[in-house]
Design a protein around this ligand. Structure first.
Ligand code: C2O
Ligand code: CU
Length: 487
């Protein structure tokens, strides 16, 4: 053995103690308090726009109009009234192994809520026995912030035996609702349903086929049915299939036996959509796509991996997934812009990365936003009426379906290539690893709005922040006696 001089043992011990003390400091510094206002997590990002000095120092929740005041006219009677009762129970879906899940009025997915544009929709939801509490969030509906259904931000979680009334004016389009308390277990477990809003002049122009896609116990289902779903559509009929992706990843949808058009995305009409054949449509997690087609004599089939809807008597035989996708950047025809996105009042970065660190005391490789790990993330501050632009990019190694509540974002460009098609409006944007998007909106819906990844485990791992209108505050906290946990 070659003699390396042996260090005195105490040096090693002291070094270890210093390392341990440092590690302990980092560990305790990463711990989230048991309860905290969501609006004090992170740092305000003004995006180059004006910032008002906050008289209350660091507490961004102090002062301002409480979001509970942001509701539709309380005197207006409801046009559509729905009662929902949420339960935690063993769920038995035909063809799916029984599992512990959630139901609304005894079923999952819950009842489809149908309304027309302009209707005042009123939904009373009661928590029968869900131990952790529940809420309902109206995914994609640009409603008043007080009705957004986010536990700890716009309300307290509805406790056992409690109820909450949601009211909003319906806008045309395909949406869905789901719990925003403990979202990951509750949404994957089935606390969700479809919301379909027809145009005001609802002359039925096509056969309506809702298609809420969800995994139950590892099986892909459409409207709760695994495998092949039959529809009442006959040959010759024009059918509108409203595809809703309630799962965690992007979902290709394709049609076998007929050409189709993508007539709406995320509840927004596509202008002059051309027919598509030999291509699939990629539906973002949380996103929706309405496909319209005429059923040929031989029938047709709308397909996702593992499940399909048969249109026409026998339907077409199942066909393979096309490799090419519809590119919404260049699909349909442009319209004159409603605002000038090239002269924004604020410009924000939403850069998604990943690195090793501690999240609430847990070591791991966690998501970062603009290089910071939750709660060291930006809060995007805006004022009513401003034009706001975001550069969203992703170098985290995984795809992220980014969902902004209460607004639709206009896609301007992807990877530096400008959009040339129909205005492409999204509430759920699929950002692949290595991609970057330029998106813009008008800040026209005040409140405090979540802006998070809709791969729900990712949100629970800190890939979430919020858009905050100056002059508004939330009276609610994360944690606390209601145990509010929006993610
Ligand atoms: Cu579909 Cu923040 O949610
Ligand atoms: Cu994600």
């Amino acid at each position: 053995m070659t003699g390396r001089p042996r260090r005195p043992g105490w040096v090693a011990v002291a070094a270890a103690a210093i390392v341990l003390a440092g590690a302990t400091w980092f560990w305790s510094a990463s711990l989230l308090p048991g309860s905290y206002p969501m609006t004090s997590m992170g740092y305000p990002d003004y995006g180059g726009g004006p910032s008002a000095p906050t008289p209350h120092g660091h507490d961004h929740s102090a002062g301002g109009i409480p979001v509970t005041q942001l509701v539709p006219d309380p005197a207006r009677p409801a046009d559509v009234r729905v009662d929902l009762v949420a339960r935690a129970q063993r769920v038995n879906l035909p063809g799916v192994t029984e599992f512990d899940g959630y139901t609304l009025n005894g079923s999952t997915p819950g009842p489809t809520i149908n309304a027309r544009t302009g209707d005042l929709v009123e939904v009373r939801v009661t928590n029968d026995n869900v131990p952790g509490g529940i809420t309902l969030h109206w995914h994609g509906v640009d409603l008043p912030n007080g009705m957004d259904g986010v536990a700890g931000v716009t309300q307290d979680a509805i406790r056992l035996g409690g109820s909450y009334v949601y009211r909003f004016v319906a806008q045309e389009g395909t949406y869905w609702y789901h719990s925003h308390q403990l979202s990951h277990p509750q949404v994957t477990g089935g606390l969700l349903g479809a919301l379909i809003v027809a145009p005001a002049d609802a002359v039925p122009r096509s056969v309506e086929v809702p298609a809420l896609v969800h995994f139950y116990g590892g099986l892909r289902t459409i409207n709760g049915v695994p495998g092949v779903v039959r529809s009442s559509a006959r040959a010759g009929a024009t059918v509108r299939v409203r595809v809703i992706n309630t799962d965690q990843g992007p979902m290709p949808v394709w049609v076998t036996g007929a050409a189709y058009r993508v007539v709406a995305v995320d509840g927004r009409t596509v202008n002059q959509p051309p027919p598509v054949s030999g291509r699939a449509m990629l539906v973002t997690a949380g996103g929706r796509a309405d496909l319209e087609l005429r059923v040929p004599d031989g029938g047709a089939r709308v397909e996702v991996a593992g499940a399909s809807i048969v249109l026409g008597a026998d339907g077409a035989p199942s066909g393979p997934a096309p490799r090419e996708f519809v590119d919404l950047l260049h699909y349909g025809s442009p319209l004159p812009p409603r605002f000038d996105p090239d002269r924004p009042d604020r410009r924000f970065d939403y850069r998604i990365g990943r690195r090793f660190g501690l999240l609430n005391g847990r070591p791991g490789s966690w998501w970062t936003i603009n290089d910071g790990m939750f709660p060291n993330v930006p809060m995007f501050v805006v004022r009513v009426g401003e034009v706001v632009r975001f550069s969203v990019s992703n170098v985290s190694g995984e795809v992220h379906p980014m969902h902004l509540h209460g607004h639709h974002l206009l896609v301007l460009a992807r990877d530096g290539v400008r959009a040339t098609g129909s205005p492409w409006l999204v509430d759920s944007l699929n950002v692949e690893n290595g991609e970057s998007y330029e998106v813009a909106m008008v800040a026209d819906n005040p409140g405090i709005w979540m802006d998070h990844c809709h791969n729900l485990p990712h949100a629970a791992e800190g890939l979430m922040t919020h858009l905050m209108y100056e002059g508004y505050r939330t009276p609610f906290i994360v944690g606390g006696e209601h145990a509010n946990h929006p993610e």
